[in-house]
Structure formats: C-alpha cells, structure tokens
Design a protein around this ligand. Structure first.
Ligand SMILES: *[C@@H]1O[C@H](CO)[C@@H](O)[C@H](O)[C@H]1NC(C)=O
Length: 305
C-alpha cells in the first residue's frame, strides 16, 4: 500500500517535471526577416501567435521602412540603409499609380519593368545593410536562433538563414517565375499548371498550353533582373558560387498564403502548406460606399429595387 502510494507520487512528480520542462523545451527563438509592405501585415499575425505560445521573436528591419513598427510581442533590431525615407515614399506612390495608367500594354510593360528595377534597388540596398552589418551579424549569430521565419520573395532572409546555418521557414504568396518550384523540387508541368499573367484556366486548350510555355522566359527575365544581386551577395558571403535555387532549396517548410479557392490545383510537396486564410487576419468592416459599389457591380439593377 505504502509502496503503491510512493510509486504514484513518483509518477506524479515525473509528469509534473515533464509538463514544466516540456513547456520550456518547446519555447523557441525565432529570427524574423520580414518583407516590408503588406506581406508583413500577415506575417505580424504569425509573430503575435508565436509570442502567445511562449516563443521569443526578434524582427530585423531596416531603419527606414513602411509598415514594420515596434510592438510589444517581439523585439526589433534595426539596421541602417543607404536610401532615404522620402525616396522610398515617392517610389511607392509612382509604382502604385502605374496600376491605374491607361496606356498600351507594351508601354505599361516597359514602365513596369523600369519601376520594378528601381523598386528592387531599395530591397537590394536594404539587404546589403543587413548582410554586411558585421556587428549585427555577429550578434545574431551569437543569439543561437532555432529558426528563421522569412518571406523568400525578398530572399534576404533566406540568404541570412543559409549564412548563419539556421533552418528556414518560408512564408510567401508566390514567386512570379517558379523559383518556389526550384526550391521545393515540385513538379510543375506547363500542360497542367497555368502560369502567372497568362489568364489561362485550369483546363487549357492546346494553344493555351503553348502560351503557358511562351510566358516562362519573360517571367524568368523579370526574376533575373530582380534576384541576381542576392545570388551575388550569397556567393560573396559563403565564398563559393551559389544560386538562388540552392538557397531556396534549404527551406524546411513552405507556408503559402494561397488557397485552392484562390489558386488552381497543382502538385504539391509534403513540406508545402497552404494558409491563404491568414490574408484575412487583418480584416476591417467595409465602408458603406465600398459595400454599395460592390453590390452594384455584382448585382446590376439590384440597387433600383
Ligand atoms: C557563427 O559562429 C560560429 C561559432 O562561433 C562560427 O564558426 C561562424 O563562422 C559564425 N558565422 C558567421 C556568419 O559569422
């Protein structure tokens, strides 16, 4: 009887220890390298939830940025960059206005490419500010993070994860040019998966499949313009020739802010997870004007009732 009681007490103590240490052991240190702009607004919700579950998050961001503001559920580490705030502001305004321009599509394409080049220069400068900041890199390296959470569309965080040899979790909407396919080694046949900007449906005719193939080099060109500097920086830091595909291939988990409701079905790999709903985490009620305009657009004539 006494032995039984003692045993039970030991088991209880053991369980208690497991529960306490278990909670400790679970808490991780997350290095967050966000992409500025709207992608951060969704990622911020993930960081909020990580904090609520007892994890510790450090967000690195350029001093001059659009949306990455300090919050009480993460620590911020900023770094200096070689551009100034007004320049970034005026670029964003001009770039957004492009969407509303009524010009020939060739002009629009050329203007968009020029704007993209200019915009990617901001991201490139920002990445240089982070990767070549010796003090910050030393500090981050010494902080022994368990994981890097980053949007690989701005591949600076992916390069940083590789440089510091920390496992990476990618959080993204999509790449314009199948770099995610390269990174996940996922099949992506032209005959089956509609490419970006082609407006092709999921059941394509022969000619739509051909169009699908013809768009690929154009999309690749966009990526070359935007992403070459990151492969260069990675090669410089790792002191060997590295492609962006190789950097992305080291991602452990890919969280896609997409959804079968928004995107066409396609082959996926076991480390690809679809979390499209997170884009709605920051919803606000629509204004009256918005609602009226929407009703009018989907139900013509309805407003006369
Ligand atoms: C990080 O620290 C380790 C151990 O001190 C060192 O071997 C490694 O070179 C450091 N990495 C960087 C990128 O500084």
């Amino acid at each position: 009887m006494a032995l039984g009681l003692q045993l039970r007490r030991q088991v209880l103590a053991g369980l208690l220890l497991c529960v306490c240490v278990g909670r400790w052991a679970e808490a991780g240190k997350v290095l967050v390298v966000p992409m500025d702009g709207s992608p951060w607004l969704s990622m911020r919700e993930v960081v909020r939830e990580l904090h609520a579950r007892g994890h510790q998050a450090v967000v690195v961001a350029p001093e001059v940025n659009m949306h990455i503001k300090a919050e009480d559920f993460f620590t911020t580490k900023t770094y200096t960059v070689s551009y100034i705030g007004e320049k970034l502001d005026s670029f964003v305004k001009t770039h957004v206005n492009l969407v509303f321009e009524k010009v020939h599509w060739v002009t629009l394409f050329l203007k968009t490419m020029a704007s993209l080049k200019k915009g990617s220069l901001f991201f490139e400068r920002s990445c240089e500010g982070l990767l070549y900041n010796k003090d910050l890199i030393r500090h981050l390296n010494a902080s022994s993070f368990d994981v890097v959470l980053t949007d690989p569309v701005h591949p600076c965080g992916a390069v940083l994860a590789k440089y510091l040899s920390i496992p990476a979790v990618f959080f993204l909407r999509q790449f314009p040019c199948d770099l995610d396919v390269e990174g996940t080694a996922c099949p992506n046949p032209f005959s089956y998966v509609p490419r970006l900007l082609t407006m092709n449906p999921d059941r394509m005719t022969f000619f739509q499949r051909v169009k699908n193939m013809l768009y690929a080099p154009g999309l690749k060109y966009i990526c070359q313009v935007v992403y070459t500097p990151y492969a260069r920086m990675a090669s410089e830091l790792l002191q060997r020739e590295v492609s962006l595909g190789e950097i992305l291939a080291s991602g452990s988990v890919w969280l896609f802010r997409g959804d079968p409701v928004m995107d066409y079905p396609r082959p996926i790999m076991p480390n690809m997870v679809f979390i499209g709903g997170i884009n709605c985490a920051n919803r606000k009620p629509l204004s009256q004007v918005c609602t009226a305009a929407f009703v009018q657009s989907v139900l013509p004539g309805e407003h006369n009732l």
